[in-house]
Design a protein around this ligand. Structure first.
Ligand code: GLN
Length: 196
């Protein structure tokens, strides 16, 4: 079993740790460069992408994580984590940056203000229907040809991907850590094993 880290600068860290424990994975939280060096895969949780990007800078994790991503580190970003992995951000703050590890463009809070938070069932490739929790979620508005779409949602404005994968890097608009269904984390963990 790989050692999976959960980036623990801000956001719903505990929920991801719990799901990984249910799956029997070795988990550690990552706040420092030393802790990052010890993990074989990483989850970037939901939270607030502007705050997390600031904390990544001041903890000196930005450069190390960029390097690990370039080396093929398996990473799953959920919600704010997806924003941080994306190439371009609409409706971001002017000083907001992202790793550009996933060839997608996202719009922050892209599902509209009235429906800022909602739950729905989405069909995930290889798994089936999954209850998904959207909280001020980013909407994927462009994706490159190397991006595999594992689930999409039509919110009345046409279908947009909500779970994507590009090699070892996974992005999810919603919060798979907020339900008791651990299958998306399970897919991610299996993919780490497969790429080792
Ligand atoms: N809207 C938040 C952001 O921009 C993301 C929300 C979430 O992670 N639940 O970071």
């Amino acid at each position: 079993m790989p050692r999976v880290g959960v980036l623990a600068l801000q956001g719903d860290v505990r929920e991801h740790v719990s799901v990984l424990k249910v799956l029997g994975v070795q988990v550690s939280t990552v706040k420092t460069r030393e802790e990052l060096a010890e993990v074989e895969a990483l989850i970037i949780p939901g939270g607030e992408s502007t705050t997390m990007s600031h904390l990544l800078e001041i903890s000196n994790l930005r450069a190390d994580l960029s390097e690990r991503l370039a080396d093929g580190l398996a990473v799953l970003g959920t919600c704010a984590g997806l924003i941080l992995l994306s190439k371009n951000i609409s409706d971001g703050r002017s000083d907001q940056w992202s790793f550009g590890a996933l060839d997608v463009d996202v719009r922050r809070n892209g599902y509209g203000r009235q429906v800022a938070s909602f739950e729905t069932l989405v069909e995930v490739a290889g798994i089936g229907k999954v209850q998904s929790v959207f909280i001020r979620a980013p909407r994927i508005e462009r994706f490159g040809s190397d991006v595999e779409i594992l689930a999409s949602l039509d919110d009345g404005d046409g279908p947009h991907p909500v779970l994507v994968r590009q090699g070892a890097v996974w992005g999810c608009s919603f919060h798979p850590e907020l339900t008791t269904d651990s299958r998306i984390h399970g897919m991610f963990v299996e993919s780490i094993d497969a790429s080792r």
